[in-house]
Structures are given as structure tokens and as C-alpha cells.
Design a protein around this ligand. Structure first.
Ligand code: ADP
Ligand code: ADP
Length: 225
């Protein structure tokens, strides 16, 4: 795995500053949860790391290498965007293999990776289904499997459980925790749910109005009035 650092990141859309001088780091195999109210810049920070939001100032490094100017497709980063981002016209296996196909991974290796991801996310029986034949939780597992299939250095999860009903959310949160503890990825997970942040993040970054106001372990944050 390779660590991620964000130095003094400012993201602007025209005259709107979505993130201002945000600095944080994620170690290999670590999960950092990013929390804060709606509109505080969580998605923009994540999307800037993925190469999908306009970086006005600052620097993003992966394993010490500056990737700020690198095209999104050339960053070894897996992104699970909000709201079940699966391709409706592709099978579960097709969705999971998509990133590998885009990277021209040879078919035997692709098949092996897809199979490993179907196994990891317990979707083996559903490989040939279309997304509209899946439950919300299953679709979300497909999105996660697709992001992990490319063996990314960094995994970015934007509110991965928010669209699920509350009964499903707890179960998938525990599954996600198990999967994250098994990967070497540096993981950033955006959530507005404190419980989710506490159970998934080894450190928590709190954003307000585009500014990072705290970044520490849950123990320190919750003992500090
Ligand atoms: P969060 O994920 O915390 O809800 P966002 O990063 O989505 O926050 O948004 C931060 C700010 O940037 C908000 O004021 C939002 O309206 C603005 N913003 C986000 N995306 C865009 C965009 N594509 N164009 C213009 N403004 C945007
Ligand atoms: P689509 O037609 O939606 O693109 P495919 O069924 O052709 O989906 O599968 C896409 C890729 O997924 C294949 O190239 C193969 O590598 C892999 N794949 C398909 N089915 C399986 C399976 N049951 N187990 C493992 N890998 C599979």
C-alpha cells in the first residue's frame, strides 16, 4: 500500500470555495472518516483526490509522489460515488470488471480478479444479474467490488451507506468494516453519520464551511469538550 497526503488543498468552482486549505493524511491500510454538515466540502475534497474537482491550490501526494496534475484515469484510486454508481446495462461481473477492461488487463487475469471480488463481496451467485435485479445493499456491494477490483492504493467512499434503509445499513456497515480491515488501501470515507464515522474510521476529519476544524482519533475527539 501507499499513503495519501493532502496538503493545503483549496477547491473552487468559480467564485465558490468548496474546500479551503485542507490538509490531511491517510496511511496505507488506514481508514479516515470525513464528517461535517451538508455543503461543508466533503465530496469536493474526495473528488479532488480522485482528480475530478478543480484544485485551485495545494498538493496531493501518493506514496510521496505528487499526483495533483495527474489525470483521474491515471491515478490508482478506486471511487465509490454517492447513489449506487453502477452501470445499468452491464451485468454484475461486467460492472466489477469495468476498470480492469479500461486498463487493458488481460482476460484471464481479469476473470480471476472479478471472481475474487465476487467472493469478497459475496456476490458469486449474482454474477450474471443486471443491477435492476439487485437490492440496494447488493448494488452497493457491486460498486465497492468494482472500486476494489483494480487494486487501488486509495479507496474513496462517498456516503456509501446513506441510500440504504436503516435496517440494512448496520449489516452493511459491519461488512464494510471487515472488508476495509482486510485491504491495504488508504481509505477516505465520507459520511454524515457519527456512528458510522466512529465504527469505521481510525481517525476522523471534521469539516465546516470548507475548513478542516479537527483531525484526530475518536478517543481524542470525544474526550475533548
Ligand atoms: P458536501 O459533500 O460536504 O455536502 P460539497 O463538496 O458537495 O459538500 O459542496 C461544497 C460546496 O461546493 C457547496 O457550497 C456546493 O454547493 C459547492 N459545489 C459542489 N460541487 C459544485 C459544482 N460542481 N459546481 C459548483 N459548486 C459546487
Ligand atoms: P458484460 O457483458 O456486462 O460486460 P460479461 O459477462 O461479459 O459482462 O463479463 C465481463 C467480464 O467479467 C468478463 O470479461 C470476465 O472477465 C468477467 N466475468 C464474467 N463472468 C464471470 C464470472 N462468473 N466469474 C468471474 N469473472 C467473470
Amino acid at each position: 500500500g501507499a499513503g495519501l497526503t493532502v496538503h493545503d488543498l483549496t477547491v473552487r468552482y468559480g467564485s465558490t470555495t468548496a474546500a479551503a486549505n485542507v490538509s490531511l493524511d491517510v496511511a496505507p491500510a488506514e481508514t479516515v472518516a470525513v464528517i461535517g454538515p451538508s455543503g461543508c466540502g466533503k465530496s469536493s475534497t474526495l473528488r479532488a483526490v480522485a482528480g475530478l474537482a478543480p484544485v485551485a491550490e495545494g498538493r496531493i501526494t501518493l506514496a510521496g509522489r505528487d499526483i495533483t496534475a495527474l489525470a483521474a484515469a491515471r491515478r490508482n484510486i478506486g471511487l465509490v460515488p454517492q447513489n449506487y454508481a453502477v452501470f445499468p446495462h452491464m451485468s454484475v461481473a461486467g460492472n466489477i470488471g469495468y476498470g480492469l477492461r479500461a486498463r487493458r488487463t488481460p482476460e484471464p487475469l481479469r476473470r480471476e480478479r472479478v471472481r475474487a471480488m465476487l467472493d469478497l463481496t459475496r456476490l458469486e451467485e449474482l454474477a450474471d444479474r443486471r443491477p435492476d435485479q439487485l437490492s440496494g445493499g447488493q448494488r452497493q456491494r457491486v460498486a465497492l467490488a468494482r472500486a476494489l477490483a483494480i487494486e487501488p492504493d486509495v479507496l474513496l467512499l462517498d456516503e456509501p451507506l446513506a441510500a440504504l434503509d436503516p435496517q440494512l445499513r448496520g449489516g452493511l456497515r459491519r461488512e464494510l468494516a471487515a472488508m476495509l480491515s482486510a485491504t491495504e488501501c488508504a481509505t477516505l470515507i465520507v459520511t454524515h453519520d457519527q456512528h458510522e464515522a466512529l465504527s469505521l474510521g481510525s481517525r476522523i476529519a471534521i469539516l465546516r464551511d470548507g475548513h478542516l476544524v479537527q483531525f484526530d482519533t475518536p478517543q481524542v475527539l470525544w474526550n475533548d469538550p
